[in-house]
Design a protein around this ligand. Structure first.
Ligand code: OSB
Ligand code: MG
Length: 383
């Protein structure tokens, strides 16, 4: 497969309601939509890098730069590109996993469309539908949070994840347990808001029997997390700290976590996601699919990877309507039954792009044409 052209479109979509985490409050989602053309097929993916480097070190602008200057030229030079080889093709570029993932995932979609197979089946997925959870941001009041929890339970979500930060933690979890009981599959995500100095607060959470606590300590730590896990009954799940299969192996060997959240973007693509999944499966570590407030495009990739067998915990792969008034896919992501979303069966990601909606949200577009093979020289033309 040879790539003829790649479009990079920057979109800005208003969120239905603001989403607050320990690193800030978002009212809009800005992201890059990557379209990869070969012959008459096109593959899509979205880059989940945020506007500011608060979740990881990447931003939309760093991703754009690395894509244009480093990754796209590497792809254009390949006469016979295969999706499973892209991770190695990008290996010389350090980190920048979200930039890598956006291009790699779009190439996977393109390849599957050419082969007329679904992305889920190409990745070795085994499920027809996946269980979904919801990730609830930090609400201004406990009462507002309880309302969101109630709505989410009514919608059938199979896991309720609540964002916490110091001062908005034990009281909130306690309030949810008091109102809705201990049957509710509940977890907390701290997005690195604590240090070991606050271990007493984290230990207090043990009595609320959470399914897990996600990334309580520093984004770049696996040592303190091992110490914390040895002191906690609640399983620790790592999100921010895991960028590669090697990170996962080390964290598991150290006992830093008992569960891993796999985000395709954070680990640099679908191939690395599958490797981490397989390693965790072999080592009895359950995984689940995290989210980055994706549009329907990223959501479709998430559903495909979540169809693999060791994704045994409901993911942050809620339907489109949880986030958007209008998504950028023609048939939006919906629940097939309460708490379940079908894994798309059509070729590639199995969702069609709604070009009109894309244009509505579009704030910038660049088309890069592959002139490398003909001209063997200045191969990037931007228009
Ligand atoms: O930590 O999982 C996280 C959103 C942005 C950045 C980090 C995280 C999140 C979420 C949202 O929790 C999950 C979703 O897409 O619904
Ligand atoms: Mg998280």
């Amino acid at each position: 497969m040879r790539i003829d052209r790649i479009d990079l479109q920057k979109l800005k979509m208003p969120l239905k309601s603001p989403f607050e985490t320990s690193f800030g409050r978002e009212t809009h989602k800005e992201f890059l939509l990557v379209s990869v053309y070969s012959g008459d097929e096109v593959g899509y993916a979205e880059c989940v890098a945020m506007k500011k480097p608060v979740y990881n070190e990447e931003t939309i602008d760093t991703a754009l730069s690395v894509l244009k200057n480093n990754l796209i030229p590497a792809v254009f030079q390949q006469e016979d590109l295969r999706p499973e080889a892209v991770t190695d093709l990008f290996k010389w570029v350090r980190r920048n996993n979200m930039a890598k993932s956006a291009l790699e995932s779009a190439i996977w979609d393109l390849y599957c469309k050419k082969e007329n197979i679904s992305l889920a089946s190409a990745l070795g997925g085994v499920k027809k539908e996946v269980e979904v959870g919801v990730s609830l941001g930090i609400e201004p009041t406990v009462e507002a949070l309880l309302e969101k929890v109630e709505d989410s339970l009514k919608a059938g979500y199979k896991k309720i994840k609540v964002k916490i930060k110091p001062g908005k933690d034990v009281d909130r979890i306690q309030a949810i347990r008091e109102r809705f009981g201990y049957e509710v599959p509940l977890m907390a995500d701290a997005n690195s808001a604590y240090t070991l100095d606050q271990i007493d607060t984290l230990k207090e959470l043990d009595k609320y029997k959470l399914i897990m606590i996600e990334q309580p300590l520093a984004h770049d730590d696996i040592i303190d997390h091992a110490m914390l896990q040895s002191e906690l009954e609640t399983p620790v799940c790592l999100d921010e700290s895991i960028h590669t299969l090697d990170d996962a192996r080390k964290a598991i060997e150290l006992g830093s976590c008992k569960i891993i959240n796999i985000k395709i973007g954070r680990v640099g693509g679908l191939t690395e996601s599958k490797r981490i999944h397989d390693y965790c499966e072999a080592n009895n570590i359950p995984v689940w699919c995290g989210g980055m407030l994706e549009s329907g495009v990223g959501r479709a990739h998430n559903l495909a990877i979540a169809s693999l067998s060791n994704f045994v915990i409901p993911g942050d792969t809620s339907p489109s309507s949880r986030y958007w008034e209008q998504d950028i896919v023609t048939k939006e992501v919906v629940m097939s039954s309460p708490g379940m979303v079908e894994v798309p069966k059509g070729p590639g990601i199995g969702y069609e792009i709604d070009e009109k909606a894309v244009n509505k949200y579009l704030i910038n577009k660049e088309s890069l044409h592959n002139m490398y093979i003909e001209k063997n020289a200045s191969y990037l033309i931007t228009d």
